[in-house]
Design a protein around this ligand. Structure first.
Ligand code: ADP
Ligand code: MG
Length: 266
């Protein structure tokens, strides 16, 4: 298990002659084995932050440590599920899930078994031999999720992985993800724009400000028990309201920024 420490991280992009600050002074510690959800207005830098933790990009300032070691690039300890399904079009669903296991040198038979097991977990038993173009968008995303779970990294970084799924599939995958997390003790950072999803999944919900993104507040979510229908628990509604009110001002600020940018460039 692994802990993540994000220390005063900033990220500036150079767009032609202008520099554009996406993140500014992000400070956040994610405990080992913690499930943290991250919400914030569109464009506030959530995906950028996840890319930095994944090691796909480097921060302009500050640093990110995993288990005390600075992130210097992608690693087998971290698995990423992107907003858009990132599958190899020339590989079947089964072979896509097996891909990460090849990198980890898992023997062939074991790879096949684990891939089948995880495709079944996401409701895709019987679709092993389909190519991405023979699957719906939601099914492709489920293959990507199966791939990251089969890969079994210590840290799971998920960027709105369920956004494109229908409500029924989303809820069943949320439950499945919680079960996997409870069983394996992975450290999870899960980005979502769904307040319900953030409160349902997260032990803590980190709320970001509008751009440049910083952590505005971290809400600790506590239920008496996870058994039964969590969403019907009165505490669920209270947390939901709290996160909603923290987000409301930031979303308004982000929209004002967009209008201003549109009037300058328009
Ligand atoms: P979110 O995921 O919260 O919606 P992003 O992290 O995708 O936001 O983007 C944050 C801001 O950084 C946006 O304004 C986006 O346009 C900008 N951005 C992201 N990646 C790049 C890049 N590679 N070059 C320039 N600007 C970028
Ligand atoms: Mg994003």
């Amino acid at each position: 298990m692994t802990g993540i420490s994000i220390r005063d991280v900033s990220k500036t992009f150079q767009v032609r002659e202008e520099s554009f600050t996406a993140l500014d002074g992000v400070r956040l510690d994610v405990r080992r084995g913690e499930f943290l959800t991250l919400v914030g207005p569109s464009g506030c830098g959530k995906s950028t932050l996840l890319d930095l933790v994944a090691g796909l990009a480097a921060p302009t300032g500050g640093e990110i440590l995993i288990d005390g070691v600075p992130v210097a690039g992608p690693g087998l300890d971290r698995g990423v599920v992107f907003q858009q399904y990132a599958l190899f079009p020339w590989r079947t669903a089964q072979a896509n899930v097996e891909f990460g296991l090849e990198a980890k040198s898992v023997p062939k038979k074991e790879r096949a078994r684990r891939a089948r097991e995880h495709l079944e977990l996401v409701g895709l038993a019987g679709f092993e031999d389909r190519y991405p173009h023979e699957l719906s968008g939601g099914m492709r995303q489920r293959v990507a999720i199966a791939r990251s779970l089969a890969f079994d990294p210590d840290v799971l970084l998920m960027d709105e992985p369920f956004a494109a799924l229908d409500a029924q599939t989303r809820e069943s995958l949320q439950e499945e993800l919680v079960r996997v997390w409870e069983r394996t003790g992975k450290t999870v950072i899960f980005i979502t724009h769904g307040i319900d999803e953030a409160v349902y999944l997260g032990q803590r919900v980190a709320v970001m400000t509008s751009r440049p993104g910083r952590i505005k507040e971290v809400v600790e979510v506590r239920f008496g028990s996870r058994a039964g229908d969590l969403r019907a628990d009165p505490a669920f509604g209270e947390y939901r309201h709290l996160v909603w009110s923290l987000l409301r001002d930031e979303v308004a600020a982000a929209q004002a920024q967009e209008r201003k940018a549109a009037s300058v460039h328009g």
